[in-house]
Design a protein around this ligand. Structure first.
Ligand SMILES: *Cc1c(COP(=O)(O)O)cnc(C)c1O
Length: 388
């Protein structure tokens, strides 16, 4: 077991060692991190729905009516009426014929990719795609070509050079998790149609966030009917847990029969499903929650730029604040935490060397006062750590 100790000390030397932080309160705009009260600027709970009274009530009611666990996989005994209702709701939300719920977004990607793609096929995958897409590609055993981030020029050349495969897939995040930028979907759709490729978009960070109804990047670009495989998660803005694939009736029927992460895992508990159903209700009836999110993102971004920080992209509520050096990013995050702001440093291997950053994410529930206090802390921490 010597290698474990060695690797751990190796990580520590390179400033890449990670430790858990303990959240001592609910995932709200202000919370307790390691016993310190702070403004939470890093949650994927973008809409603050994990604390919404309707979602909480739905969880409690579901426990009373349906119990605590589902007791089996979907295809055996775990398929409750709630699961089906949620899938119908997601299909309506996404504007597709059907949808299938997985236990996590990670499992949705793994399950869908390995069921749809195999030997003899080729995948074109954006270099900044999420780890669950990367792992799905690896497990699929298809040839995978990583194309430079959002570079549709290079992608088209690669598509031209690789036309002899059985099936061709282009897979991309909708909103990139660490950079907050959007995939160039209009061009990707054109390329997919021109080269007879299947386009798969993972909208984990866009679900509930992007588009007029919050249904994601396809809606944002007006391309709902032209993206055949749409992935999402219920664990970020939706405030519950789970993942999904939305698409044609046949696609979903196929995944129910073929996706191993769907077949061989116990169905989500009824409370989580009821919470997701309540979240979709809230999204429909309170569109102003999503508006607050985007107003807050705009306010915080403008403030950070005024102080002098470099914001890498400005397309979503994910605000990547470039620091550069990994150890500086850690110092900055520590300093912010001591000033009552939680915005974690993101380092290699999650991002390329020299591109370490603070991944700042606003929530719809932050008040102006929260954001002003956060900006003051950024200004002070920036000076104290020599970042600015
Ligand atoms: C978070 C995330 C996932 C995983 O979703 P979970 O529900 O957390 O498992 C998948 N893809 C992307 C792009 C993500 O950001």
């Amino acid at each position: 077991m010597e290698f474990i100790k060695e690797e751990l000390s190796n990580l520590k030397q390179k400033n890449l060692y990670r430790q858990l932080k303990t959240m001592n309160a609910a995932q709200s705009s202000r919370t307790m991190v390691n016993d310190k009260e702070c403004i939470l600027l890093s949650s994927n709970n973008y809409l603050g729905l994990t604390e919404h009274p309707e979602l909480k009530a739905a969880a409690k009611e579901a426990v009373d009516l349906w119990g605590t666990g589902s007791g089996g996989s979907r295809l055996i005994t775990g398929n409750m009426r709630l699961h089906e209702e949620l899938e119908e709701t997601i299909a309506r939300f996404k504007g597709t014929e059907a949808a299938i719920v997985f236990n996590t977004g990670y499992m949705a990607n793994m399950g869908a990719i390995t069921a749809l793609v195999g030997r003899g096929d080729i995948i074109f995958s954006d270099e900044l795609n999420h780890a669950s897409i990367i792992d799905g590609c690896r497990l699929s055993q298809a040839k995978t070509i990583i194309y430079p981030h959002k570079d549709t020029g290079v992608l088209e050349k690669l598509l031209q050079q690789n036309r002899s495969y059985r099936r061709i897939y282009i897979i991309t995040d909708g909103v990139f998790s660490m950079d907050g930028d959007l995939a160039p979907l209009p061009r990707l759709v054109e390329l997919a149609e021109k080269y007879n490729a299947w386009l798969m978009v993972d909208d984990a960070h866009a679900t509930g966030v992007m588009g007029h109804r919050g249904s994601g990047t396809a809606e944002h670009f007006g391309l709902e009917s032209r993206i055949p495989i749409q992935i999402g998660t219920l664990s970020k803005a939706i405030g519950s847990a789970g993942g999904f694939v939305a698409g044609s009736y046949d696609l979903i029927d196929y995944l129910r029969n073929k996706a191993r992460s769907f077949i061989y895992s116990t169905a989500l508990p009824p409370s989580e499903i009821a919470v997701a159903l309540a979240a979709f209700r809230v999204l429909r009836t309170n569109p102003q929650i999503r508006e607050s999110l985007h107003l807050n993102a705009h306010y915080l971004r403008s403030g950070l730029k005024k102080i002098g920080f470099t914001i890498l992209t400005e397309e979503s509520p994910v605000i990547p604040v470039l620091i550069g050096d990994a150890s500086k990013a850690v110092q900055m995050a520590q300093q912010l935490l001591s000033l009552g702001v939680f915005a974690p440093g993101i380092r290699p291997p999650t991002v390329p060397p020299g591109m370490s950053r603070l991944r700042v994410a606003v929530m719809a529930t932050h008040t102006r006062d929260d954001l002003d206090k956060a900006l003051a802390a950024f200004s002070q921490a920036g000076k104290e750590t020599g970042v600015m």
